[in-house]
Design a binder for this molecule. Structure first.
Ligand code: TYD
Ligand code: MG
Length: 460
């Protein structure tokens, strides 16, 4: 028999160490190390006892096509991969106050109205609070089973004694308490233990389990990253402070793509889907402004138009400022260097501010060319053609490279009334078609782009 061993675990990142310390050497957090008694470690070697034989099966067979439960809120169904998979576990992570409880109450109600049996267990709020939210969002009539509880044993007993529901929402995993562990709710051991028990129940009964998880300021799921490994699907719910837009992003999904997003707006009656996000991120009313470029992006399977805004201003001698919101600062540095080295645009002496409008975050390299256009336009003090969208990746030699889904980008732009596109030469190997209903100027080098703004070479 192995004996129970003491070890010390960081509450912030889950790293284990043999001794207590004031600061975690894995993540640098202070005062986050707590003692954990680990259960009997596995014995050394297996000995001679034989195990049972396991069975090998063909890849094809029952279960190959998943029966999914759609809640009917299109933005949610798409992000989870086309509906919730029975027996799977989903983690919805996000900052406090971003709207996780609201989103899940809406999804739960929508499923319940469609005849799915849904339980909503809250460890954070009382029944009255949740009822108030339901009344406010017009969901009070939905047949959702509501409970305020934190004891995992009670929750499991109840769910198993009654026929288990088709979906259980647990809000939040940080409030759940497992009585077999000494530590307090919210510690790594508790979060891991509680999640393990709930996930096991979901697998056993075919219930869809949805866990809410809080995120720390650094953007990590509070306490344990371990949760991300345990669940089948990790969704991040994000939004910029001061903006009404909320985006659900799939970070991990064992049953679907991970690059999908769902876009919502927080209103006084709950979250409202935005099926055409381009209308949010581009303002068609505003007149021409230097430094603004509309990027034809793709989020998941869906084209999204986003306005990229740049402000280039002569800075004080010394170290110029670089401020980026919604894009990668390293990528901006690269685009600035390429513009300077390959197209003679002297920006290294200027302060540069870059902003992705609407609180969206872009991760695609296809945005390079739009960023370069916004920078060149601002530096020249000349606005881009208002009816134009732009996309393309930029290489270090200054070449403009083709990107995926060029056709879809052009189609979306045409659909939203854009008449002109600046784009790379399409990759014919991918069989990409010319965009219908939109004139395309093909660019091969950043020089071609900078040449569109004649005054730009005269700026400081
Ligand atoms: P909530 O779902 O409680 O956030 P979380 O569970 O992520 O902590 O939502 C909190 C915020 O949303 C709160 O500040 C108020 C706002 N809100 C609205 O603007 N409209 C609404 O209809 C609801 C229910 C909430
Ligand atoms: Mg909440």
């Amino acid at each position: 028999m192995a004996r129970a061993e003491k070890r010390f675990v960081c509450d912030a990142c889950g790293a284990a160490r043999p001794r207590w310390a004031g600061r975690c050497d894995a993540c640098g957090a202070w005062n986050s190390i707590v003692e954990e008694v680990s259960r009997a470690a596995p014995p050394r070697g297996l000995g001679t006892a034989k195990g049972r034989r396991i069975e090998f099966l063909p890849l094809d067979g029952p279960g190959a096509v998943l029966a999914r439960r759609e809640c009917g809120i299109g933005e949610i169904d798409r992000v989870v991969g086309g509906g919730f998979v029975p027996g799977s576990s989903v983690l919805l992570a996000g900052d406090p106050g971003i709207g996780k409880s609201t989103l899940l109450l809406q999804a739960a109600s929508a499923l319940a109205v469609r005849g799915t049996r849904v339980a909503y267990v809250s460890g954070e709020e009382g029944i009255e609070q949740i009822r108030m939210r339901a009344a406010r969002t017009g969901l009070a009539g939905a047949p959702v089973g509501l409970a305020a509880a934190i004891d995992v044993r009670d929750i499991l007993t109840t769910l198993e004694d009654d026929a288990p529901p088709d979906m259980v929402v647990v809000d939040s995993i940080q409030t759940m308490y497992l009585d077999t562990l000494d530590s307090a709710p919210g510690t790594v051991a508790q979060v891991r233990g509680a999640a393990q028990e709930l996930i096991r129940l979901a697998k056993r009964t075919g219930t869809v389990l949805v866990l809410v998880g809080h995120v720390t300021k650094e953007g990590q799921i509070a306490g344990p990253r371990v949760l991300e490994h345990m669940v089948d699907c990790v969704l991040y719910f994000e939004g910029e402070r001061g903006h009404q837009f909320r985006i659900v992003r799939a970070i991990k999904n064992r049953f679907g793509p991970t690059d999908e997003i769902g876009v919502f707006e927080m209103t006084d009656r709950g979250l409202v889907e935005i099926p055409n996000p381009s209308s949010l991120f581009v303002d068609p009313e505003r007149g021409p402004v230097p430094g603004a470029a509309v990027f034809a992006g793709v989020e998941g399977s869906r084209p999204v138009l986003v306005e990229i805004q740049a402000l280039v201003a002569p800075g004080p001698a010394g170290s110029p400022r670089r401020t980026v919101v919604g894009w990668d600062a390293g990528r901006l540095a690269m685009v600035l260097a390429v513009l300077e080295a390959r197209a003679g645009l002297r920006l290294s002496v200027c302060d540069v501010y870059l902003n992705v409008a609407g609180g969206l975050r872009i991760t695609e390299p296809a945005a390079d060319l739009a960023v370069a256009a916004a920078l060149a336009s601002s530096a020249a003090g000349r606005a881009l053609d208002q009816g134009a969208v732009i996309f393309g990746e930029i290489g270090l030699a200054g070449e403009v490279r083709p990107v995926s889904q060029g056709g879809a980008r052009l189609k979306e732009a045409a659909k939203l009334g854009f008449s002109h596109a600046l784009a790379p030469v399409p990759d014919t190997a991918r069989g990409e078609a010319e965009g219908p209903g939109i004139a395309v100027t093909r660019l091969t080098h950043v020089r071609d782009l900078v040449a569109l703004f004649p005054a730009s070479l005269e700026t400081p």
